[in-house]
Design a protein around this ligand. Structure first.
Ligand SMILES: [Zn+2]
Length: 240
């Protein structure tokens, strides 16, 4: 699977309204701040997650591609490229196109991740019954390459960690993302996987299309080899 730089740039440059329209076309359940695709025929119950908002939504983006260093960057000194998380949005749409009908995963797109995950809260409220069937979440909303982050004590689930690391992904530490909310509320394990961007939330933000392609391939590998395993979060014992 290869990433076409022009396609990736188009998704990154699009306005939030344009992305909303695109996401609506590719999902079958729509709410205000969350959109879910529920596959009709399915072999696996993995749910992919990405957020459509970026920290630069109100600013004009000025993106360029450096073909020598094969990297997308911002020509502006005050705005970044919004690869966080348009790289994730692009990846979900690409994975959706690449996989056969019965391989297609659930896909959850959210808005306002950058405002504390408002879209993720709405998704649990509106789609909670459907999402509780999900085997595990994979969000594509992280800097770097071939790393993954967990949020809800997944480290204690050895089967899950062995499964994820068997695909060549390395456990790292990272800050908040949507699956911290969906996972905790639904008690479902999840990973947030690197999507090839660096220096997110700054004007120096850059994105390597080659790493986007690599993450897409990894995630498709996980989907194709998940053998319908479900991973739950460890039970939390509370002493009230
Ligand atoms: Zn993000």
């Amino acid at each position: 699977m290869k990433v076409r730089v022009q396609e990736l740039l188009a998704i990154m440059q699009a306005s939030k309204n344009q992305i909303c329209e695109l996401v609506k076309k590719n999902t079958n359940l729509h709410e205000e701040m969350s959109w879910l695709y529920v596959p009709k025929r399915r072999k696996n119950n993995i749910c992919l997650v990405a957020h459509i908002d970026t920290v630069w939504d109100d600013e004009r983006k000025n993106l360029a591609y450096d073909s020598k260093n094969k990297v997308i960057y911002s020509k502006s000194k005050i705005t970044g490229i919004g690869a966080d998380d348009r790289a994730g949005v692009y990846s979900l749409l690409k994975i959706f196109c690449e996989l056969s009908n019965e391989e297609k995963p659930y896909m959850l797109f959210t808005d306002y991740e950058e405002f504390g995950g408002l879209g993720a809260f709405e998704a649990v409220e509106k789609f909670g019954d459907i999402l509780s069937d999900v085997n595990f979440f994979i969000e594509l909303d992280r800097q770097g390459s071939r790393e993954f982050v967990t949020y809800n004590g997944e480290e204690a689930n050895k089967d899950f960690m062995d499964f994820v690391t068997s695909f060549g992904l390395h456990h790292a530490r990272g800050s908040f993302s949507d699956i911290a909310i969906t996972g905790e509320m639904l008690r479902i394990a999840g990973i947030n996987v690197s999507s090839g961007f660096y220096f997110e939330h700054t004007p120096q933000e850059i994105l390597y299309p080659k790493i986007v392609a690599d993450s897409i391939n990894k995630v498709m590998d996980i989907i194709r080899n998940s053998r319908n395993k479900a991973f739950r979060l460890p039970v939390v014992e509370r002493n009230y």
